[in-house]
Write a protein that binds this ligand. Structure first.
Ligand code: ADP
Ligand code: GN1
Ligand code: MG
Length: 360
């Protein structure tokens, strides 16, 4: 953001006095920490991805208002356990600046940490409880009132089609460079389309889900060490709980960060898989169906495949979606996720046994 006229304009719109600096490791929005009193998070919404910021913010407002109510009724602290949207002086959910950028403000949740890798299995279990709890809190929320912020977000079949189109179009001229990676992913294609098909046929239920449950989208309380607040609510939409479970494992049960280039460091850790499974299922109780339980191990593979092919597609398209910090970062990410898919497959039988241990 230009630290000048636009910033002054934004400060004035929200009636806050902010001293801002870039913040966090999100790949999508531009996030800034506002070191004011009180502290805020200021975000420039990525409007090439979220093309209707008004509807996006209406979703977030509706969900956070609903959660506030539940948290308050249960004696919790709504200012820390969910996001608080700060409106502009004229009551709008975001501000459209004269540079065309759309900006929103949240209360900064103090005394928390966000992580790119869990430090131990117990901490990962705690994040599982936070995401499982979030799922429970929204169980009665009317899904039909939610605008679909990114249609077909976890439609893995469409994601595969997008990859194939990107290969054919070869916009950035990188096709030859990625043939091996592309072929590596092809092995998993049919298995990774099962969950999408089951959701479409109704074999598994559609629920209100978060859809972007990587570890850095939950804030941990610094004092208790527990998962405190689920953030990044841009993709709260109708979906499958398997998306939330699988995506958390993709990110947090890996022994390395998502863009680790040394693949010898990238493995799927069964202790972390077990901790997450235990925490998530303990929150869901008997709400999870038999078919969903059956598909839990496959969801870890599916979400890793899906995210990996999205990175590869973006690389082929010339890096227009995910934020990158160096030229071939999306390819590094795609190779990393492929290695993870291969290791998940090798450990599949053990994963099934672990699920059986915790499923009713
Ligand atoms: P993106 O969609 O780009 O991932 P996020 O909404 O996840 O953006 O924000 C990026 C990072 O900023 C988060 O991972 C977290 O570390 C931090 N963050 C976001 N909102 C808050 C908040 N209200 N309080 C404290 N930290 C926050
Ligand atoms: C993006 O917004 P962020 O950084 O939490 C992406 C997810 C991917 C993830 C991969 C809206 O998440 O779908 O799984 O990157 N979010 C969107 O790290 O596309
Ligand atoms: Mg995020």
């Amino acid at each position: 953001m230009a630290y000048n006229k636009t910033l002054n304009e934004i400060m004035d719109a929200f009636d806050i006095n902010i001293n801002i600096s870039p913040y966090g490791d999100g790949h999508i929005n531009e996030t800034y920490f506002a070191d004011s009193s009180p502290k805020y998070i200021l975000q420039k919404i990525n409007t090439s991805i979220f093309t209707n910021p008004q509807k996006l913010m209406e979703n977030i407002d509706a969900v956070t208002t609903y959660l506030r109510d539940i948290i308050t009724k249960n004696g919790g602290d709504p200012d820390r356990e969910t996001l608080t949207v700060i409106k502009t002086k004229d009551g709008r959910l975001f501000y459209e600046a004269s540079d065309g950028g759309c900006y929103r403000v949240y209360k900064f949740i103090e005394n928390t940490i966000s992580l790119n890798l869990p430090e131990n299995p117990e901490q990962f279990e705690s994040s599982a409880k936070a995401f499982g709890h979030f799922q429970n809190q929204l169980a009665e929320f009317d899904a039909s009132t939610l605008y679909e912020t990114i249609p077909d977000f976890h439609n893995t079949i469409k994601r595969t089609e997008n990859l194939k189109n990107a290969m054919n179009e070869n916009i950035a001229g990188r096709k030859d460079e990625v043939t091996d990676v592309f072929e590596g992913y092809a092995v998993f294609e049919s298995d990774c389309h099962i969950i999408t098909k089951d959701l479409q046929s109704g074999a598994i239920p559609t629920r209100v889900t978060h859809n972007d449950t990587k570890l850095n989208n939950v804030l941990f309380d610094k004092d208790t060490g527990k998962g405190l607040c689920v953030i990044d609510l841009d993709t709260v939409m109708p979906g499958s709980l398997l998306f939330d479970y699988g995506d958390s494992l993709r990110f947090g049960a890996s022994t390395a960060v998502e863009d680790e280039a040394d693949l010898e460091k990238v493995w799927f850790d069964l202790d972390y898989f077990e901790s997450y499974t235990k925490g998530f299922l303990s929150e869901l109780g008997d709400k999870i169906t038999k078919r969903e339980v059956e598909l839990l191990p496959l969801s870890a593979l599916t979400l890793t495949y899906e995210c990996g092919i999205r990175f590869l597609t973006d690389y082929l398209n010339g890096d227009t979606y995910f934020r990158i910090h160096y030229p071939d970062q999306n390819l590094v990410r795609a190779k990393n996720q492929l290695k993870l898919c291969q290791d998940i497959t090798a450990k599949f039988d053990e994963m099934k046994k672990i699920v059986a241990k915790y499923a009713k």
